[in-house]
Ligand binder design. Sequence first.
Ligand SMILES: Nc1ncnc2c1ncn2[C@@H]1O[C@H](COP(=O)(O)OP(=O)(O)OP(=O)(O)O)[C@@H](O)[C@H]1O
Ligand SMILES: O=P(O)(O)OC[C@H]1O[C@](O)(CO)[C@@H](O)[C@@H]1O
Ligand SMILES: [Mg+2]
Length: 324
Amino acid sequence: MKKIAVFTSGGDAPGMNACIRAVVRTAIFHNIEIYGISYGYDGMINGNIKRMHSYSVSNIIQRGGTILKSARSEDFRTPEGRKKAFAKLTEQGIEGIVAIGGDGTFTGAKTFFEEFGMPIIGCPGTIDNDIYGTDYTIGFDTAVNTALEAIDKIRDTAAAHDRIFFVEVMGRDSGYIAVECGIGGGAEFVMVPETKTDLNKVVKSLKNLRKSKSSSIIVVAEGDEEGGGEEIMHKVEEKLKDADKDFKVTTLGHIQRGGNPTARDRVLASRCGMAAVEGLLKGEQNCMAGVVNGEVVYTPFADCIGKSKALNEDHLRLIEILSI
Ligand SMILES: Nc1ncnc2c1ncn2[C@@H]1O[C@H](COP(=O)(O)OP(=O)(O)OP(=O)(O)O)[C@@H](O)[C@H]1O
Ligand SMILES: O=P(O)(O)OC[C@H]1O[C@](O)(CO)[C@@H](O)[C@@H]1O
Ligand SMILES: [Mg+2]
């Protein structure tokens, strides 16, 4: 293998740049020509592919976002789009690919590998932490710390006004950010898509809690089946309308996707990036390089997207017990 390419895809995640840097520098270390594809799968289809050098990734380890840009590509979901992408890659003589992204990116990568046999390895780049085959995904730790900082600030004003605050965090299908912030932020409740939310139980507990606490923080993952923060707040408000309580909602939104990556994300990104390139050189393909129990492991894309990484039940119990 003499020429490989790297791209970022799906929602950007802090640490993607550190991962690009690791891929580029590891490839150069092994005398491999490295190319950057801009705008994810769209860039592949449009031939937006450029040679990278060691200096191309100078001074980016600390930066959020992705210097290669990211995109959600509708065209790549079609066989015609993927055919075009393969043609553009072969035109440039690309023999292997590192895909930095989430479950959707790996679903596309798996199909691409099956259709064209192009060796491809993934690095888990998503704030959602919803990928099997790695304990944490690149960007998750930073997103959680960003949300936590906001929750700490909300707590000050919630306490000052005796209010019940609903804080909506990201996670369309995943409650990892919500649970981690719930524990770290001392939330009274956490509502996540993975478990059924019983609003009557929440209302009952809120009534009891109010005897010992004057304010409450409730963390809601945006994809909870009862709705986002706003909708859930209105539902709870309706059920507690005689109780003379003051409700507020804060949606943290895309603030969680930006900012300088934490040390933990930079280290994870660097390890996965290096492992992806060295994996390709050793013949690994159609899989993701992740870190499980401190060790680099390669997990087939089929498992990364097919097996679910269940939330830790103990974490949910922890929130319930510590909120009394
Ligand atoms: N079934 C599929 N077939 C082909 N390509 C796909 C498929 N699913 C996803 N993709 C491609 O992967 C891209 C990224 O997927 P998606 O938007 O789900 O983000 P992701 O990689 O899961 O990251 P995140 O969840 O962090 O945003 C899609 O825009 C699409 O181009
Ligand atoms: O930025 P977009 O395309 O609106 O996507 C938002 C989604 O992306 C993520 O940030 C990452 O998958 C989700 O948590 C969120 O639901
Ligand atoms: Mg995803």
